[in-house]
Design a protein around this ligand. Structure first.
Ligand code: NAD
Length: 311
């Protein structure tokens, strides 16, 4: 079976990906420096016979060379992921995401891996009049984080011109699901709101709540990653999303319905760097990768709520 390296393996998407690759019979290696990842995401998988986790930094070229040697695929998920955090602290975001990606790519080409799949972000599009967002549109990164992801995907795609490796970039649109960190200032909206509302607390919406997102259950992007690695497409970027659009007000309403609560959100000022609407056209991924989302927003939300209730 193939050997895969997952960077950011203690993170939300990385740890879900490790689990799915192990289920498919892969030998899996993971690396993470626990900057934003959760120790419990390492602990829950550590006893798997075909899994080796290493605590380390993707910017460390020696560590990356060691852990990448012999890998067939690299799934590069490690990053400092938040838009507001990048506005507060652009240096950490840029260093981890840009220098980190360059180090990952360099290790991959020296180790002769087949394919590198990298996590990019819908934030690279920025706020656009045109919806849904399609891969041919101009990029307008509006935050240090979005810029770092623009760099990540372009550096990766270029690498297939220079070196003998295949590369694919996936622009994720608001991914949610089990094992996402609900705590802290920079937590993503779905786990944060579920966590608060399960405790009967009011969630805070930044802005009027009419901003929208293409919320995508994590299983769908795992499918996109595996199709991208195992397929024969290279040098291409794809939207990885559901192709729908839900406002933050609708999210709270749906959570109230599913939880049987009647909690009113609080409203605060909009956050700098946040885009207004995010909605993906997923035709390119459908056509070239054979991607088809299998878990829609409602089912994903139910599964996520039940995970946090158990946790
Ligand atoms: P996460 O914070 O749960 O995972 C990122 C992981 O990277 C963390 O475990 C963190 O400790 C690790 N990391 C950070 N810097 C590192 C370094 N220098 N060396 C080693 N490990 C490092 O976030 P996530 O939501 O799982 O995001 C995974 C990827 O998907 C990221 O690249 C993120 O930018 C991208 N993405 C996520 C979303 C989303 O909605 N969750 C949307 C768009 C893009």
């Amino acid at each position: 079976m193939p050997t895969a390296l997952v960077t950011g393996a203690a993170g939300f998407i990385g740890s879900n990906l490790v689990e799915s690759l192990l289920d498919r019979g892969y030998d899996v290696r993971g690396i993470d420096n626990l900057e934003t990842g959760r120790a419990r995401n390492v602990e829950r998988l550590q006893s798997e016979a075909d899994y080796t986790f290493r605590e380390g930094d993707i910017r460390d070229a020696d560590v990356m060379a060691e852990i990448t040697a012999g890998a067939d695929y690299v799934f590069h998920q490690a990053a400092v992921p938040s838009v507001p955090r990048s506005v507060e602290d652009p240096v950490t975001t840029t260093d981890a995401n840009c220098t980190g990606t360059a180090t990952v790519i360099d290790a991959a080409r020296n180790a002769d891996v087949d394919t590198v799949v990298v996590a990019s972000s819908s934030s690279v599009y920025g706020s656009t009049e045109q919806l849904p967002k399609v891969e041919t549109m101009d990029s307008r990164p509006e935050s240090p984080y979005a810029l770092s992801k623009y760099y990540t995907e372009n550096l990766t795609l270029q690498a297939s011109d220079f070196y003998d490796i295949d590369t694919v970039a996936l622009r994720y649109f608001n991914i949610f699901g089990p094992h996402q960190d609900p705590e802290g200032e920079y937590a993503a909206v779905i786990p944060k709101f579920i966590d608060l509302m399960l405790d009967g607390e009011r969630p805070v919406i930044y802005g009027d709540g009419e901003q929208s997102r293409d919320f995508t259950f994590v299983e769908n992007v795992i499918q996109a990653n595996i199709l991208a690695a195992e397929g024969d497409v290279s040098g291409e970027m794809f939207n990885a999303a559901c192709g729908g659009r839900v406002t933050i007000n609708e999210l709270v309403e749906t959570l109230n319905n599913l939880l049987g609560t009647d909690i009113e959100p609080e409203y605060d000022d909009p956050r700098p760097g946040d885009v207004r609407h995010s909605h993906a056209d997923i035709s390119k991924a459908r056509e070239l990768l054979g991607y088809e989302p299998t878990v829609d927003f409602s089912e994903g939300l139910e599964r996520t709520i039940s995970f946090y209730q158990d946790e």
